[in-house]
Write a protein that binds this ligand. Structure first.
Ligand code: FAD
Length: 312
């Protein structure tokens, strides 16, 4: 119920206008978002590097409304790749196709993605195409396989979501074409016609896809904070002689830092997804939807602030 409310709120841009300059909302955002500029994001990347963790930078911003906005978002990503290269930062980037104009025109989106991917190729870097809601799944995978991956096989990869019924078939396809996959559970509100409504089914699908990717995939990213699944990944790797440099664990900025450090200490690879930018509201709502404790954290801060004001 609460999950549905936050996923609904994630789509309400009017509310974002209202909370955009709210101090409390911003301080909560700081926990999950690495500031609003590329400089604050690179500072976060440097701190991760000190913990031997790599990063994937995500400039927050979902659907754009016109060609100029899409081009600007594309140029921003090219500039981010330049900055990563200049600073020798240990980071790649994550991109949403709707932010690159997918809803305006597929050709526009492809033109922008080629500019980003050319720069990534020049630097030997990597661009992960985030997966959005299920209305975009087929279009994203088609565009990836037909129009981006053939030209930049080493520099671009996709994300697959285990909550979708189709996930395993998509994993098999990715393995066949040797594409790099990040596997996650999926963060959007989906109808029961396309996605498992129950967590146990989402988790079972995740484990099935993960085993297949670990055995046959191209350097999969195991993106989860779920300790049971992480324990299973470690067990499965040992049982099948899969070395820790053949895959990486991935987590979100600000989530389970203890577990991130523990995995590093144990000799595993860890990449943290580092979102930044002014458009943090939908991202934050999805994080609230994932974990009721985050809501308690937010309301706890609100309460402390109210008490503080009364005392002043
Ligand atoms: C690197 C990365 C990239 C991602 N990219 C995408 C993408 O492209 N498309 C997409 O749809 N989704 C993406 N996601 C989000 C993902 O789909 C899930 O919504 C999210 O990771 C929560 O699922 P979980 O696997 O951690 O398991 P869950 O079963 O949701 O959580 C397991 C445990 O992890 C902890 N936890 C989980 N989330 C939080 C949180 N927000 N705050 C605090 N603790 C938490 C809790 O202790 C929870 O009990 C990504 C996730 C990661 C880690």
């Amino acid at each position: 119920m609460l999950r549905s409310v936050f996923l609904f709120l994630a789509g309400q841009q009017q509310i974002f206008k209202f909370v955009r300059n709210n101090r409390l909302a911003k301080s909560f955002a700081d926990r999950f978002v690495a500031g609003e500029t590329v400089d604050t994001a690179l500072t976060a990347v440097a701190k991760l590097k000190a913990r031997r963790i790599t990063a994937s930078l995500d400039l927050l911003g979902e659907s754009v409304h016109n060609e100029a906005e899409a081009n600007a978002a594309g140029e921003a990503y090219v500039a981010i790749l330049d900055r990563i290269h200049e600073q020798k930062a240990d980071a790649n980037v994550s991109v949403k196709l709707t932010a690159m104009g997918l809803d305006i025109s597929e050709d526009l989106c492809v033109t922008i993605m080629h500019k980003i991917l050319e720069r990534a190729r020049d630097y030997g870097s990597f661009v992960r195409i985030d997966m959005e809601s299920s209305e975009y799944t087929q279009r994203t995978l088609d565009l990836f396989e037909r129009r981006l991956y053939p030209a930049y096989p080493r520099n671009v990869g996709i994300v697959l979501q285990s909550y979708l019924f189709r996930a395993f078939a998509d994993v098999e396809r990715a393995i066949l074409i040797k594409a790099r996959v990040r596997l996650c559970k999926g963060a959007y509100k989906e109808p029961e016609t396309v996605a498992y409504p129950d967590k146990k089914d989402v988790d079972a699908s995740y484990i099935r896809c993960m085993h297949e990717l670990m055995l046959h995939g191209n350097y999969p990213g195991i993106a989860t904070h779920d300790e049971t699944i992480i324990t299973e990944a470690k067990r499965f790797a040992k049982a099948n002689d899969i070395a820790p440099d053949r895959y990486e664990f991935q987590m979100l900025y600000g989530v389970r830092r203890d577990l991130q450090d523990e995995l590093i200490r144990e000799g595993y690879r860890m990449r943290v997804y580092v979102p930044f930018g002014t458009q943090w509201y939908p991202y934050l709502m999805r994080r609230l939807a994932e974990r009721p404790a985050n809501v308690a954290f937010l309301t706890g801060n609100l309460f402390k602030e109210m008490v503080g004001k009364r005392r002043r």
